[in-house]
Design a protein around this ligand. Structure first.
Ligand SMILES: [Zn+2]
Length: 165
């Protein structure tokens, strides 16, 4: 965002109602969670080393979508991101993953973690299945990594329990 646009936005914030302010703060927290998850996925957990479609090692950056870097394969021309071909692709509500993985690491039930994250239990049921489908080599680091990132977010309201993975 350009400096003058940011200034206009800051000025506009002064006329927010208390309800709008709370909604905006919640939205900012969600954006921050999504950014933290994306950073973690791209730089520490699922770094891209080849095309997930044809395994060709050469690819170029190709814009971004949903906050994740996209790549284009030099061989088959398919586009992909760090989640493509992993059990975590196409899962929604990424802003809740930090909180959910902590629930999973703590061994909470599908129902309890759904309540804690504010999503339907069908969602946490699906998440549980997908996160546990990660290859063993990635599972521990992914769960611990995401849960650990959650602990660094001071705005999270839920109580923190040390990672057991
Ligand atoms: Zn390819």
């Amino acid at each position: 965002m350009k400096a003058n646009e940011f200034h206009a936005l800051s000025t506009a914030l002064e006329s927010l109602t208390p309800h709008q302010k709370r909604r905006l703060i919640k939205h900012l927290h969600e954006l921050e969670h999504i950014q933290a998850v994306n950073l973690l996925i791209e730089h520490r957990l699922l770094a891209v080393s080849s095309c997930p479609h044809c395994h060709h090692p050469h690819f170029t950056r190709w814009g971004s979508a949903s906050g994740l870097q996209r790549y284009r394969c030099a061989e088959c021309h398919a586009t992909f991101n760090a989640l493509t071909g992993t059990p975590l692709s196409h899962l929604r509500h990424k802003e809740k993953w930090l909180e959910y993985t902590q629930q999973l690491v703590d061994g909470r039930s599908v129902r309890k973690s759904a309540d804690a994250c504010g999503v339907h239990r069908n969602t946490t049921f699906r998440w549980r299945h997908r996160f546990l489908m990660l290859p063993n080599t990635q599972k521990a680091s992914t769960l611990a990594g995401i849960a650990e990132a959650d602990e660094t977010h001071s705005f999270s309201s839920h109580s923190k329990v040390k990672s057991k993975v």
